[in-house]
Design a protein around this ligand. Sequence first.
Ligand code: HDE
Length: 727
Amino acid sequence: MAIDESAAVPQTASAETAPAAGAKQEQLAPYRVDKTGTRLTTDQGIPVDDTDNSLKAGPRGPSLLEDFHLREKIMRFDHERIPERVVHARGSAAHGYFQPYGDGLAAFTAARFLTDPSVRTPVFVRFSTVQGSRGSTDTPRDVRGFATKFYTDEGNFDLVGNNMPVFFIQDGIKFPDLVHALKPEPQHEMPQAASAHDTFWDFVSLQPETMHHLIWLMSDRALPRSYRTMQGFGVHTFRLVNADGQTTFVKFHWTPTAGVHSLVWDEAQKISGKDPDFNRRDLWESIEAGVYPEYELGVQLIPEQDEFAFDDLDLLDATKIVPEERVPVTPVGRMVLDRNPDNFFAETEQVAFCVGNIVPGIDFTDDPLLQARLFSYLDTQLTRLGGPNFAQIPINRPVAPVRHHQQDGFHQDDIPLGQANYHPNSTGGGCPYVPGVGSFPEAFTHRPELVDGHKARKRAESFADHYGQAMLFWNSMSAWEREHIVAAYRFELGKVAYPHIRQRVVAELNRIDNTLATAVAAGIGVDPPAAVSVNDGRNSPALSQADQPKAGIAGRKVALLAADGVAATSVAGLKDFLEANDAVLEVLGPVDGVLRTAEGGILPVTRAMNTVSSVLYDAVAVPDGDEAVSRLIGDGLALHFVAEAYKHAKPLAVLGTGDRMVEAARLPVYTTSDRVEGVSSKPIAAALDGVVFLAAGAPVDERFTTDLFDAIAAHRHYDRPVDGIAA
Ligand code: HDE
């Protein structure tokens, strides 16, 4: 086929297309390859005129080895896969930037990217699940990774955190055991992307230091609604180092500006089948729609002299938090993710986070979990990315200049010039030069720390408590959060085949709280625990999701169920209201196409109802219009949609005669006898647990939109009596 040469465009895309912070995007631009309008060639640039037929001796004869195009095409295909990450294999990523609010941290750190409000540092953030393989689902009960690469002017800083502030184990030497127990079992590679199985519960019940992280895992934190609505934590205690070399302990926190929201477990399981890419899609679509995920960076600062000021925790123990009520979180800056990657493999798969990548102004502590990570991340990239030059892969290249005498190895992309590949040298003018310790203020200086101790495989006494903070977490939960936690333990343990493992977990839970252990035991057929009370009653309100501030409704997805005869006026009002708040309305019809409205017009259908499900939406609306409502009441799919959304505690918008649907779905919230002169006599949304009514025939008004905004912003309404709902 002839090609239109005039349609050919330069090989590189313009960085102009990128809203994300400049320096990194400019660096990536020459690597981007645009195939539009180009000819097909081999790897050697030789033009090819047929890529559908191999070279043969006669049309029915054998293929010929001299067919370099066939050989190259098959060879390249054979080697497309690289080893997936040994943990956190499934991930999604985005570009963006970080900017500090002011210079408030200048007294604590020399890191410019944290203290100069005029500096916008490019970032690349990868979110992940831990247990599943690359092709697994987004919504198992699991920890989520939250890894940020800051391309600072002083080099790359990788903050490789999770969405939970603690970790299962205290010492990195236990990590292979933990991961073996957590991952699918060796004999049959089951279960995929799930934690509910014998080896995991066997291990954790024999390793009590896991108890704190475990209760986080049984909470709704393990089921984030979206990567936009989950927190992130650096987990370990790090140090900030100021220009005078003084250090302050620091814990890093990311807080999403869209609020902290979760799925419910039944919903998460259904999503795994309906849309395994649920979180990935949400991240991608939000950025494409300009609803950029945003997170505030906060720090807990602890003066160096207070290292031993906590009698119930050790700052070096990653199974402990420092409660926010004791050391508040100070907001210091904002991260915005505003550009999707261009290529999944080149960027999201090849990004290599290394916990050891830190910049001047930040330093490590002796946390034994952190220390093992310093080795592991560097080491794992050698296998995963095929050699020691992985920092040259475009996504991993710092924007800061790189000059050293390291050389050769697989995939060396640079062409170092000159004779000098050693230090000291005179053949290269002594370059790259090393000015000498202390003569170069920007250089990274390891904190001069006195280290004194006898070699021993030991754990500090200050790491001994494994239950106090699990108790703190349990005590801080609202009633519905506790219900979810008990249900999660029951579900997970209910899948454990060995009764003695179930019993052992209950015994461990009894060391946290007797009501928790008793409630779990009652659901899994094991003996109730001994009635001892160990609970000291302490709590930390900051730990409850119920207490997190509610943000707006940007990025929320609302499904409107519709059919022929739908009243279009209130639908238009609803759509305008949602779009004005950066939320999305999708019209679901019985089939694709358009619907006839009650007013005689047409309403385009966004999707056919059978291709989606209530679990893929944040809220559901039912329309006004007698004919449409009668049709929907006759459709089991529509009735199930409404009942399921109600059961999953989602907001419902009920327009006019759509209230008949609420009644037909047998929701314990409303009957048409509640109507007074056609208008719902029910009070405002809050009193109705997130079900918001509009009078029949009425246009969408401010009272309705105010209530609906609050109902959607709250995200879920867990006080509903849902046990009897058949969904
Ligand atoms: Fe990781 N972890 N980890 N981890 N981790 C990896 O590195 C490891 C730990 C975390 O999006 C691996 O490049 C050890 C804590 C995230 O690419 C590996 C220990 C926290 C990611 C590794 C820990 C994390 C990883 C696998 C105990 C939260 C995904 C592939 C000493 C603070 C990064 C890779 C991405 C990935 C080792 C514990 C978070 C094998 C040995 C604690 C977010 O190096």
